[in-house]
Design a protein. Structure first.
Length: 251
């Protein structure tokens, strides 16, 4: 999991330009004036797409609490991963420019029910309200979906998605909720279901912090590049989704 966190941190920067080539081309450019001073470098190109601030709140000092069905064998690994994510440097790298501060990890929550073969977010929130009747609006509640459970929400996890985030509510209190499944092979056959769960968690937590509520914050692309939303959905972690690295295309 620590390795996954490092891979994610490497991907999350989304650099606008690649590093300079240290091979043959770099040496020639230095001697013949073909570097940055040459009017042909870099080649003409459009501005990069920008994730816009739509004015809604971000979570300035978010906490995360994982929520589990009783007896989920993934719990010990996720409970170990979240503090590693907190301390890895990844969090500050991907969220600080959006006004999000340090992440803290709160105590996990047990839903008090065995993993069902099939469930929905409505059913999960009903169980959640029974054990957490006063959720904290500054906390991201991370609902970990057991591997043997099918979550249906405008599609099926892992068939149609491997995670998402949204605004949920208990009574009059709204809060940021993230849902994560471990979908083996979704980002590359070399990744286990646990690796995939870590990838999804890091992705959805970043987006929950920067666009937590239905009053959107960093929730879409500038008008000139709105076509990017068709494939990426336009939030901050989505824009890194197709960034190559040495291991695979990961979030």
């Amino acid at each position: 999991l620590a390795t996954v966190a490092v891979v994610l941190a490497a991907a999350a920067g989304c650099p606008e330009t690649p590093p300079a080539d240290e091979g043959e081309g770099a040496g020639e450019g230095a001697g013949e004036g073909e570097g940055e001073g040459d009017p042909g470098f870099p080649a003409p190109h459009d501005k990069a797409p920008v994730v816009e601030d739509f004015g809604g709140p971000v979570l300035n000092y978010p906490s995360v609490r994982a929520v589990y069905f009783s007896g989920d064998p993934q719990q010990s690994d996720v409970d170990a991963f979240l503090p590693e994510l907190q301390s890895s440097g990844y969090w500050a790298q991907v969220t600080s420019e959006y006004g999000v501060g340090d992440l803290t990890v709160g105590l996990p929550i047990d839903l008090g029910a065995a993993p069902p073969p099939q469930t929905t977010t409505t059913s999960i929130i009903t169980k959640f309200a029974q054990v957490e009747p006063s959720p904290d609006p500054g906390t991201i509640y991370l609902f970990v979906i057991p591997q043997a459970t099918t979550l249906e929400d405008d599609g099926e996890c892992c068939l149609d998605f491997d995670g998402f985030h949204e605004q949920d509510a208990v009574g009059a209190t709204s809060f940021a909720a993230a849902y994560a499944c471990g979908c083996e092979g979704d980002d590359g056959l070399q990744f286990s279901s646990l690796d995939e769960l870590a990838i999804t968690i890091s992705h959805e937590l970043a987006e929950s912090a920067t666009d937590p509520f239905n009053n959107p914050a960093y929730g879409g692309i500038d008008d000139d590049h709105v076509a990017w939303e068709i494939e990426t959905e336009g939030e901050v972690a989505d824009m890194c989704e197709y960034l190559d690295n040495d291991a695979a295309d990961v979030d």
